[in-house]
Write a protein that binds this ligand. Structure first.
Ligand SMILES: Cc1cc2nc3c(=O)[nH]c(=O)nc-3n(C[C@H](O)[C@H](O)[C@H](O)COP(=O)(O)O)c2cc1C
Length: 205
């Protein structure tokens, strides 16, 4: 492999806690991915079942949820409010690994979103005001003019726009995929029962 590490198979008995395995794989990815090891595809769907997918950055995770931040009035925001279920997919090319996560959606509490917003670069904060994410924009100049307008409006601390928010996916199913020779890949899926206990199952590749 590019970084000289071994492509180690996934042993089903190796781990009983999927969060522990996820954390190990994320740490591996941080060492070897070119950029954004925390980039993940986020799939949402309308109540009628029309899916849509885009990349967002995973900012925090534990057994309660995988969190990301966004504009709540965007297409994904609308879909998540109308149909609070989502799927995530991370692909680490440098490790030939994929993780798929499915579960229910919860909007993060305002205190949490405020904390995260405060830590962002000033111009990203201004951008959050300037961008009406996912809605039509007549020209690049309009976006630049709105940016300048909010820079002037907020010379000091930039407050969080009321629509800027975060969501968390509570994992109910987590699948780990490790590439192996001749497409005989390893797939191990963890599913959570109503008592929040994980069971694991190997799947055909
Ligand atoms: C590497 C990468 C990271 C991104 N991270 C985020 C993010 O954390 N939050 C976000 O709202 N959009 C992020 N985006 C932009 C989204 O992919 C998308 O264009 C935007 O959120 C609008 O999506 P929507 O119209 O489906 O709501 C990212 C894009 C890329 C390529």
């Amino acid at each position: 492999m590019a970084d000289g590490s071994e492509r180690v198979g996934l042993q089903i008995n190796e781990v009983s806690d999927p969060l522990e395995l996820f954390s190990r794989w994320m740490e591996d990815a941080k060492l070897s991915e070119l950029n954004d090891p925390n980039a993940m595809s986020l799939a949402t769907a309308t109540p009628e079942g029309q899916p849509s997918v885009r990349i967002v950055l995973l900012k925090r995770y534990d057994a309660n949820g995988f969190a990301f931040y966004t504009n709540g009035e965007s297409r994904k925001g609308d879909e998540l409010r109308a149909n609070p279920r989502a799927a995530l997919c991370l692909h680490w090319k440098s490790r030939q690994r994929q993780v798929r996560i499915e579960g229910s959606i919860r909007e993060l509490p305002p205190e949490d979103v405020d904390l995260y917003f405060k830590r962002r670069h000033r111009m990203s904060q201004i951008g959050a005001w300037a961008s009406q994410q996912s809605r039509p924009l007549s020209s690049r100049e309009e976006l630049e003019a709105r940016t300048a307008e909010f820079e002037e409006k907020f010379p000091g601390e930039v407050p969080r726009p009321p629509y800027w928010t975060g969501f968390s996916v509570r994992p109910e199913r987590i699948e780990f995929w490790q590439e192996r020779d001749f497409r005989l890949h390893d797939r191990i899926v963890f599913t959570r029962d109503p008592e929040a206990e994980w069971t694991r199952q190997r799947l055909y590749p």
